[in-house]
Design a protein. Structure first.
Length: 441
């Protein structure tokens, strides 16, 4: 009898310990995004959350191996490893200075480590929701701290997204509690439409367009969730969304030229209009002259790349020329604004990796883009739960970032988290498809 009692006591003890570990893990996931506000200099800028994820990795080794296999992370890690190897070979060939190649290699290594650790930590719907909620605070403080005193810039680089996430949070929570109906999705879509339109007046064109497109996708999701989407549906849907995006740009063009969105937006539109004659396409890449420069750098060296923190004054001179042509700088500030170290501008996950590491760096992000469209998107609609909704909210901005945002700083952890959340959705989609096949048989 005593042995039975001892056994029950031990079982109770370990159950309680598991619950305590689970609560600690929940709190850690909620806190991790905010730890990205703290940073220090060592081989470039390192952030507390990514360092913590690296330190936790040895303690989660067995769970990490299982998560890599289960969550379809393994193939992504292999491709990231090839990206790293290409970066190493490129830096050796180019003779990249020690400080630069250490920063370039550590960027990829910390990204891979974050991917592995987060595959363990963000492994349940509850943890996905906690991560999403935890991202709201750093969005506020990061934008306010970086652009204090400039409301439009603060809104564009975080505050707008933080407010949008905050007001949508209760309805997203309902999805996780299975206490939702179509009205919840309509409310969330309404928030996205409202913030998107408001952002046009705040001179945040890209954020406005992404918010409105996301609202549209939410409405489509409300109609077709729990449905199987084929490749044809995805392609046609993508064409429809692209068409709507062009319509939004046309509305922006007319509204800005007439001064409906304010004088600042009108001046910005007139400046971009005078600097290119490419119509709507010019508006899409307007202010993204870095892509034109990085594209030329890729054509010049498509296989090996130019090295970590690639520097070449040929390309910075080209960049200055483009800025001059777009009247974004004047003659007096031309030399003052030139890059003192010749860093090749890219401003894109895809183009930055290709410029620095070569072809394998570009292939990595092309692969991520393709699975986001053809694997994640169908899984989102098929699964139709709270995790799928958060993946859906992240997807438009994620696609934009792959092409139009720089990969570095706190982005490394954020990008890893998005990939892990996408993998959770894909796993759920695979299970549903398997069950459907078994039921048919």
């Amino acid at each position: 009898m005593s042995s039975l009692t001892a056994g029950l006591n031990a079982s109770f003890y370990y159950d309680r310990m598991d619950r305590n570990f689970s609560r600690a893990g929940d709190f850690l996931v909620l806190l991790l995004p905010s730890l990205g506000l703290l940073k220090f200099s060592l081989i470039g800028e390192l952030f507390f959350n990514e360092v913590l994820l690296v330190l936790l990795l040895p303690f989660m080794a067995s769970s990490a191996l299982a998560s890599i296999k289960i969550r379809r992370i393994f193939i992504i890690l292999i491709m990231a490893l090839l990206w790293l190897m290409s970066q190493i070979v490129t830096d050796i060939y180019r003779g990249t200075v020690t400080e630069d190649f250490l920063r370039g290699w550590s960027k990829i290594i910390f990204f891979m480590a974050s991917l592995i650790s987060l595959a363990v930590l963000i492994s349940t719907p509850k943890r996905v929701f906690l991560w999403f909620a935890g991202c709201i605070v750093p969005l506020f403080f990061r934008s306010i701290g970086a652009f204090s005193g400039d409301f439009f810039t603060v809104w564009k680089f975080g505050t707008g997204a933080a407010i949008l996430s905050l007001i949508s949070l209760p309805w997203i929570y309902m999805f996780f509690k299975d206490q939702y109906d179509k009205k919840s999705l309509f409310v969330i879509a309404g928030f996205y439409f409202f913030i998107g339109i408001l952002s046009f007046f705040f001179n945040s064109r890209s954020f406005a367009g992404l918010s409105i497109l996301t609202g549209l996708i939410i409405l489509i999701f409300s109609r077709y969730k729990w449905k199987t989407l084929g490749t044809r549906s995805i392609i046609l849907g993508s064409i429809l969304i692209a068409f709507v995006g062009l319509v939004i740009l046309q509305i922006y063009s007319v509204g800005s030229s007439e001064g409906i969105f304010g004088e600042v937006a009108k001046q910005k539109y007139e400046m971009q209009k005078s600097s290119n004659n490419q119509g709507l396409i010019g508006l899409v890449v307007g202010g993204r002259s870095e892509i034109l420069v990085s594209t030329e750098a890729i054509f010049d060296s498509p296989v090996l790349g130019h090295g970590s923190w690639a520097k070449d004054f040929k390309y910075t001179a080209l960049y200055q020329e483009l800025l001059w042509e777009k009247t974004l700088i004047n003659e007096n500030s031309l030399n003052a604004s030139a890059s003192v170290d010749g860093l090749i501008p890219s401003h894109s996950y895809l183009f930055g990796a290709w410029v620095e590491a070569g072809l394998l760096g570009g292939i990595f992000w092309i692969y991520i883009f393709l699975i986001s469209i053809f694997r994640v998107l169908p899984a989102i609609f098929l699964v139709g739960n709270g995790v799928a909704l958060i993946a859906l909210l992240a997807l438009p901005g994620w696609i934009w970032n792959i092409f139009f945002s720089p990969f570095g700083a706190n982005v490394r952890v954020d990008a890893a988290a998005v990939i892990v959340i996408f993998s959770v959705v894909m796993i759920s989609g695979d299970r549903i498809r398997t069950n459907n096949r078994l039921n048919v048989q």
